[in-house]
Design a binder for this molecule. Structure first.
Ligand code: NAD
Ligand code: WQD
Length: 339
């Protein structure tokens, strides 16, 4: 029988790619999204890729009445993938209560409705930000968490705890906490991708916008870190690989209903900012205008994942080569500018 999955935040960057993966695997998807950081046009892109239009409920997950109505219409769902959240680290420092309210009230409402309607499985979008500046690299799931350095990060630390407590209290409820490293890239079709509003905070959208002439010059934040080439190191994970991991997590939970589990989703390879720039230039043939500037306050020098737990238990690992990921981001940048 076809299983239905509720995808909150399904019009967003990672949610849209995951919706594609779910539909291609034969799941029915219903998206709950208030479009605060996305557009309903994304549904057209998803439909063009998969040939199936996902159901769409335009609701705010913090609105208990609206979310109760929506869950009652979809009480037959086998699980929820909860992406809906605000995610701008800097903005969360200036608007902390907005971030705590949006991200935590949404999560509390989703959990309450899952319990009320006996929906057994939740996949939660957590983040490598919960590790902070870890003492040992690569980080494993049992690496001690550090206090979050932003209200955004704190919503992920608290969100994980809320879910663990809810699962402990409700024997029918299972969860997978997925800690994403740095998601990048777009669908190879160029029909969906990341659409940051305003000036991008993240590195790759800044790179593609600079290469496209929308931004004049990329500032590379610091070249004097204690790393092999002096630049910060991150674990950049292709968004399509990330989408596939959600499918694996969902299948794992459906076949192993064992409470809460947690997985790092990264490639296992650290890449420096300069290595990313050079690989982008090689993959796309675009020369990038960049300059070295001061360090960005709050940046950690290096982090990358030990993803072996996901490989062992979920049978998932990152597959897309970095150059293909960078090409897909560039394709999306150039295609979305023509619209
Ligand atoms: P995104 O902003 O593109 O997508 C989030 C979606 O949630 C948007 O479509 C937005 O409109 C929706 N949304 C937000 N608040 C809502 C609410 N109250 N009710 C209904 N819909 C709401 O972000 P993304 O990059 O796709 O991130 C998805 C999730 O993954 C988030 O939880 C984010 O914190 C987490 N995450 C993202 C990254 C990253 O670098 N992109 C890294 C780690 C974790
Ligand atoms: C990557 C590297 C910068 C922009 C953030 C959040 C984290 C997670 C992912 C949600 C760093 C450098 C960047 C620029 C640069 N999101 N950089 N010039 O900081 O690793 O993580 O996004 O959970 O919580 O903190 O990602 O893309 O901002 O930066 O040199 O214009 O690129 O210094 O080394 P980050 P990022």
């Amino acid at each position: 029988m076809t299983q239905k999955i509720i995808v909150t935040g399904g019009c967003g960057y990672i949610g849209s790619h995951t919706t594609v993966a779910l539909q291609q695997a034969g799941f029915n998807v219903v998206i709950f999204d208030n479009l605060v950081n996305s557009s309903a046009d994304v549904i057209t892109g998803i439909t063009q890729i998969t040939g199936i239009s996902p159901e769409f409920e335009q609701i705010d997950c913090t609105d208990l009445t609206a979310i109760r109505d929506a869950f009652s219409r979809h009480r037959d769902a086998a699980g929820v993938i909860h992406f809906a959240a605000l995610k701008a680290v800097g903005e969360s420092v200036s608007k902390p209560t907005e971030y705590y309210r949006n991200n935590l009230v949404s999560l509390l409402n989703v959990l309450d409705m899952m319990v009320a309607f006996n929906i057994p499985n939740i996949v939660f979008s957590s983040s490598a930000t919960v590790y902070g500046d870890a003492d040992n690299l690569p980080v494993r799931e049992d690496t001690p968490l550090k206090p979050a350095t932003s209200p955004y990060g704190q919503t992920k630390v608290i969100g994980e705890s809320i879910i663990r407590d809810a699962v402990a209290a409700h024997p029918g409820l299972n969860s997978c906490l997925l800690r994403y490293f740095n998601p990048i890239g777009a669908h190879p079709s160029g029909l969906i991708g990341e659409s940051p509003s305003g000036i991008p905070n993240n590195l790759l959208p800044y790179i593609t916008q600079t290469a496209a002439g929308i931004r004049e010059c990329l500032s590379v934040f610091g070249d004097d870190y204690d790393t092999p080439d002096g630049f910060c190191i991150r674990d950049y994970i292709d968004v399509n690989d990330l989408a596939a991991a959600h499918l694996s997590a969902l299948r794992y939970m459906i076949s192993h209903p064992t409470g809460t589990d947690v997985f790092n989703l990264g490639t296992g390879r650290g890449v420096s900012v300069m290595e990313l720039i050079k690989t982008f230039e090689q993959a796309t043939g675009q020369k990038l205008n960049y300059k070295i500037t001061a360090r960005r306050p709050g940046d950690i020098p290096a982090i990358w994942a030990d993803p072996s737990r996901a490989e062992r238990l979920l049978g998932w690992r990152a597959r897309v080569p970095l150059s293909d990921t960078l090409l897909s981001a560039w394709r999306w940048q150039t295609k979305s500018m023509k619209k």
